[in-house]
Structure formats: structure tokens, C-alpha cells
Write a new protein. Sequence first.
Lengths: 423, 292
Amino acid sequence: MNSSIATPVIHGHSTLRTLAILLTLIVPGCQNEPPPPQPMLNWYVFDERSGAFRQAAAACSAQAAGRYQIALTPLPSDADQQREQLVRRLAAADSAIDIIGMDVIWTAEFAAAGWLLAWPDETSRHIANGRLPAAVASSRYKDRSWAVPFTSNAQLLWYRTDRIAQAPDNWQSLIGQAEAMAAPGSIQLQGQRYEGLTVFFVSLLASAGGSVLNANGELSLPDEATLTALTMMQRIATSPAVSPSLATDREDQSRLAFETGRPSFMLNYSFVWPSAHQNAPEVARHMAYSRWPAISPNQPSRVTLGGINLGIAAYGRHPQLAFEAAECLASAANQIKAAVQGGMPPTLEALYDNPEIRRHFPFADTLRDTLRDAVLRPPSPVYNDISLAISRTLHPMRNIEPTADLPRLRRAVQRALNSEGLL
Amino acid sequence: MSSHPAERRLAWLLCAPAVAAMLLVTAYPIAYALWLSLFRYDLRFPAQRSFVGLANYASVLGSEVWWKALTNTLLITVGSVGFEFILGLALALLAHKTTIGRRSVRTAILVPYAIITVVAALAWKFAFDPTTGFINALLGLQNAWLTEHWSAFMVIICSEIWKTTPFMALLLLAGLTQIPADLLKAARVDGATAWQRLRLITLPLMKPTIMVALLFRTLDAFRIFDTVYVQTRGAQDTETVSIVGYNTLIVRLNLGLGSTVSVLIFICVLLIAWLFIKGFGAPFEQRSGGPS
């Protein structure tokens, strides 16, 4: 009897003693640690491989001279997954996010949900100065500015000078030239069911003079332009010149295929240029660029805008400092760094004349012209649903039947606008 | 066995902590999902939250996306579990009968099951890829497997079979070891062929184990997510109900519709379990009066 009572008591003692020892170990440890010397701003942005973003964060932290420190938290490289991780945190009002590296398409959604702080009018006017108008437009929603444009992007047509004398300036001649080569996979482009397919459709639609939504955010998709775009998509996808795996190709598959040397044309972003020079110098020697092909001969192509804007999260602890830090991160010096090291085109127009950037971007003029005509993806709080509706309805491209798919597409986008049903 | 009331009470008391924990971590979320499924509630538009009754159910059940996903899921489930059972039984018999290198054989059988599903799915994806894969070279084909509906299905089902057959084999092996060796020996003496022994003695005695193995795998296969997510992301009409749930809940942040999908998946799972227990005999009832 005695022992059965005594045992737990001894156990209790030993547990208490262990706890006490642990506490004595931990408590002085806490006391020794100095208090954080300055506010820490967390910058959530995709994992940039070259280190340009990290250097920008370090440079701005140094420039702040102790008022704040920027810590970079990398997100996945896939834009869909970046968004998934961010929206989960933002929907839960996570105070650990200060600055968000936002894809240009998230502005409306994040702003409408109340996850961002609007920029003061004066700062936003000053920021818009000298930046590409399309990039500035992508950071605005409901007449307010929600982000500072940092990097930009748009697709170009890349081709092989050893096989092509003059770059085709419209789709008809591009397909004609590619089919004449009688090699499958001569044209590399993106056809998987994902954001890239929506981008492709929006570019074709804008080149044909149409848009998904009108200025009031209502369904547009005009008959003539949409039919032209759909017919062209179907024509491209059923051409013997495209890759047989078009229905699962994304940007990187196109790049890898082009670097094998077999394809003659590729529609892709400018990251393919440094990549080819590094991985396939033989291919890079014969690589040239031109604007995205047009649909009608007398109307230049309009290509979808990409890139990153920096927004300020609504739940951060130091919003004023975050505005300041974001402006610093998107400054000319850091845009040069991002362009030269990371291959991301700047949003400040003047930088396209910067000799250092021109050395890395020999295509700077073509790219700037493309970006000046660039088109935005529909700026809507339900953009993500709209994009899903588009890529679902139009995948795989080879099965598109323009007249039958036009009403299907209109219905799907309308349902997405009403946030109805499953997608 | 436990007919004394005192013993029964003790049994309940001993179970109580586990029951409480289960209620806390499963019953609450399930009830909350049921509750959410009655609302129009999108995290992107929190102000528009409103009670809509069963409208979400009408919306999901009236959508072709749901029915297509359900058909796909059932197809994957039946296809993979069927093959897994046959292969698993063969492997279990092999592992049971092996006399030399018994441990090595059993370990080798288990290797695929030890590989993380995402890794296995990626490996199969790369193997079937026309540029990086070896399958086309091996078969002398030029197929882009994951770009067509049926071939994508085949790759997904094959990955599933490869990955989870070991689990089936392991469960069936446990059942095999319980069959008294004397019975088989006696049958052999009486002149029963190997096929007769398998069909008339081994399989009937293994029935409870087989039912448990099939039920586990069916429920597991019905919730398939990772393989499809990695290999096609639901493209080529390979979407499963879990992918639909994920897209609605995580990507679109539509808590109302997403919870509705989750609740419907839960109901499907209950239906499958009920069918197994009621329809195919009852392996979970207490085996009373066994000669053990």
C-alpha cells in the first residue's frame, strides 16, 4: 500500500525536477537574447534562382540604415501554387506577411478581398511616372493603386536564323513556313490546361481586336474576334507542325525542346535567351527574335502582360515601413539587378536604353514595343475562376469547334463571373 | 465474451479517451463541413456570406463536372483495385510459399509501397514523357501518353497499381498465414489439385481478410488525389472528386461549394463501406464461437 502511493510521488518529484532543470536552461537563454533591433518586414515572393531578389532585399535593408530589415520568404516557382499559399494565409489574416510579390493578375482579387492596403495617391502618381502604362494599369483596381510595378514580361517569337530568312509577322505565314519544314514540333508553344493556355487565348483574342470583359467588368467576348481567335487556335493545334505533346506543354517544355535544336519557332518569354546561351550554345548562335505574330496583316499583335507587382498586405505590423521598402525594392537599381541577373524585364521604360540591360537583352527594343501594346488579362476579383473557365473550355486546343465552342465559352465565363457552380 | 456488465463498463471507460479524441478531431470537422455546405461563403467575398440551404448541393449535383469526376473516380477505383487484388494475391502466395530468401522476397515486394506517392507519380510521369521517358523507346512508339484521355487514365491506374499492390499483398499474406497448414495437407492427401485447394480452401478461409483488404483499398482508391494532381492536374478529363474538392476549396476559396463536395465525397465513402459490409457479407462482425 505504502509503496503504491509512494511511487507516483517520487515520479512527480522527478518530473518536477526535470521541468525545473529545463526551465533554468531555457529562461536565461531567453534573457540573453537581445531584443530584435529593428522591425522585420517579410517579403513573400517566388523563389528567384539568381539571387537578384535577395540582393535587392539586402540593399534596401542597408539603405534603411536600421529602420527596417527585409527578410525574403520564397514561394514556389509555379504561379498557381504561389497564389494558393498566399491566399490561404491572407484569408486567415496572417500578420507575418508585409510585402507580397504579386503576379499582375492578382491585383483585383486581393484588393477586393481586402487583403491589400491601397497606396497613397501621391506616391502612386510618383510611382507611375516613367513606368510602362500596361504595368501601371495592372496594379490598379477601382481607381486606386494597390501595388508598385516591379518586373514585367511578355512573349516574343524566337526563331532559327539558319533556317528562316525573315521572321513571319503573322500566324498564316508562320504556320505556312513551319509546315513547309515537314517536321513535327517545328513550332513550340504552350497548350497544357493551365494559366498559359488562358494567356495564349487572351493574346490571340486581343490581336483579333476582342476582349474577355468590357470596361465595366461584364462579359464581352465579341462574336467576330472570338471566332477568329478560336479558329486560329484550332488551326494551330491541328497543324502537323506543332509538337505532338502540345496538350501538356508548358513554357519549360517548349524551352527544352527548342534547346534540342530541332524546332525552328518558339513562342516564349525572354528567359529562354540566357538559358539557350548557357545550355545550348549551338542553338543560341542561330537564335533570333521578333514580335509575336499578328492575326490580321494590318493590325500588330497584342500580347498578354506578365510580371510582378509589389503589394502591401493589410495585416502586416509595419505598413508605413512596408510601403517605403516596396518602393525601394522596385527602384531602378533593383530592376537592373533583376534584369541582368534574373532575366526579368524592367517596368521602368527608360531602363530599356540602359547599356547594361541592352547587353543582356539584345531584344530590348522589340520587347519594349511589345510591352507598350501589351494587353491585360481581365481585371476581375474572380479572375482565377474566369481563367479556369477559359482553359477548361478550350483544352485540348485540337478539339476546338469554333462555332460550337463560342457559346460554351461565353456560358462558362458568365458562370465564373457569377461565381456559380463547379469549374 | 464480455457479458459481465462490470467488464462492459470497464471496456467503455478504457475506450472513452480514444472516443473523445476521435470526436474532437473527426466529428467536429465533419459537422462544421456540413454546416458550411449550407452557406454561400467565398473567402474572397466574406461580406456576401449568406445561408442558402441546400442550393450548393443542387449546384454540385446539377453540374456535369461532378458527375464526370465521379465516373472517373469509380473507373480508377475499380480498375486499380481489381488488378491490385489479383496481383496482390499472387504476390502474397509467392511470399508465403517462398522458402529461400524469404525476408528478401518480402522486402522486395514492399519497396514500391515505401516510396512517397508524389515521387512515384513523378517517376511514372517522367517514364511516359515523350522527351524524357523510356517507355516510348522501349515499345518503339511516339505516344504522348498523358495528353490523351484513355492513355492518361492507363498511366494513372498503372501508377496506382504499382504503388499499392504491396499493401494488398501484405494484408492478404496476413490472411494466408492464418490458414491451418493441416487443412491444406489433408486436402492434398485427398487428391485435390492446387487450383481446387486455392479455390475451395484458401480463398473461402481468407474471405474476411480479402473483404478487409478490398474495403481498405477501395476507400483509399476512391480518395485518390496525389497521383492525378502530379500527372495531369485533372486535364484530359481525368479529374477525380478529390481534385474537384481541392479546386473548389483551396484554389477558389469557395468554402460553401467546397464543403458540399467534401460532404458528398464523405457520403460516397459511407455508401461504399455500407455496400461492402451489407452486400458482401460481414467481416467486421464479431466472430462468435470460432474453434480457436
